[in-house]
Design a protein around this ligand. Structure first.
Ligand SMILES: CC(C)(COP(=O)(O)OP(=O)(O)OC[C@H]1O[C@@H](n2cnc3c(N)ncnc32)[C@H](O)[C@@H]1OP(=O)(O)O)[C@@H](O)C(=O)NCCC(=O)NCCS
Length: 268
């Protein structure tokens, strides 16, 4: 049985996620990811049951032109029985009713599943841990508590869609917005930075330096942005994991050369 998840299901979803992904780290950080998902897209997550046990899930997020599928997971003991396929099929049906393009970041385990549904490769998105901060002074980066209009515009250019309601949901939960006025911004939340959008490597660098001071250690880079790969070298990066960004439907016009760090695998 597959049904829509509600906020009452969050604990079960967290348990599935931790089991499926072998997630080592705090339960709280997974929980807040699901809370944001269900707050922004209350009808966006599906939960699969076997008898009465919750065993699998997946979520979809709608933007204007595209939808994003993420948080696909099936408990290890129940994998390879078709549950993931069924959840994914349902999410696709829901997505295609509203938008032409559906995208996602595929792990190596999910990749074969999405290929079967005719998703095509776009580029790799690679998660790095930043190990060291070079000693450099930062000027012209300030923290603001309301999203300025120019941030909305530059983010829309980079991502190819309006996702301000998602960024606002992060900020309501304490995410910190760093801005270099009219040139770039970064969102810092739970030890991560993303999105990081900047009109030059110099601007991206100063936002990243400041973000590191605020505790950001992780960034997920679209690998096609060579400036971003070059920039993080000064932070002695260590690769944690990688995904293949994939798409079904027409290509979204985005600007990856100003997109230094994505928001999250599950959300784009
Ligand atoms: C990806 C996942 C959700 C698939 O769920 P599932 O119930 O096992 O999926 P299905 O039984 O319907 O299998 C669908 C396809 O997924 C792929 N797949 C599933 N498990 C896999 C594994 N361990 N390694 C590689 N591919 C795998 C295969 O292509 C499979 O098709 P096949 O059996 O015909 O080869 C599940 O493996 C999972 O939770 N993995 C860990 C978390 C993860 O990486 N999620 C995806 C993030 S993008």
């Amino acid at each position: 049985m597959i049904r829509y998840a509600t906020p009452d299901d969050i604990e079960d979803m967290v348990s599935i996620f931790i089991d499926a992904y072998n997630f080592p780290g705090p339960r709280e950080s997974v929980k807040s990811s699901f809370e944001i998902s269900l707050e922004v897209q209350p009808d966006g997550c599906l939960l699969a049951f076997l008898k009465d046990e919750p065993v699998g899930m997946g979520c979809i997020f709608f933007y204007n032109k595209q939808a994003w599928i993420g948080l696909m997971g099936v408990k290890k003991a129940y994998q390879r029985r078709g549950i993931g396929t069924e959840v994914f099929r349902r999410l696709l049906e829901i997505g295609r009713r509203k938008v032409d393009t559906i995208r996602l970041d595929a792990s190596s385990q999910g990749y074969g599943l999405y290929k079967k549904f005719k998703f095509v490769d776009e580029y790799r998105t690679v998660r790095y841990e930043l190990m060291e901060r070079p000693i450099k002074r930062v000027e012209g980066v300030v923290e603001v508590n309301k999203i300025p209009n120019w941030v909305k515009e530059i983010d829309k250019k980079a991502f190819g869609d309006d996702r301000i309601r998602v960024l606002e949901a992060y900020m309501r939960r304490g995410a910190r917005l760093l801005c270099a006025e009219n040139e770039g911004f970064g969102l810092v939340y739970r030890g991560k930075i993303g999105p990081l959008v900047a009109d030059s490597p110099r601007v991206a660098e100063k936002i990243l330096l400041k973000a590191f001071q605020l505790g950001a250690r992780e960034i997920i880079i679209p690998e096609v942005n060579k400036d971003a790969l070059e920039l993080i070298k000064i932070f002695k990066p260590s690769q944690v994991t990688s995904c293949m960004r994939m798409r079904l439907g027409s290509k979204i016009e985005e600007k990856v050369d100003i997109y230094y760090g994505i928001l999250a695998y599950a959300k784009g």
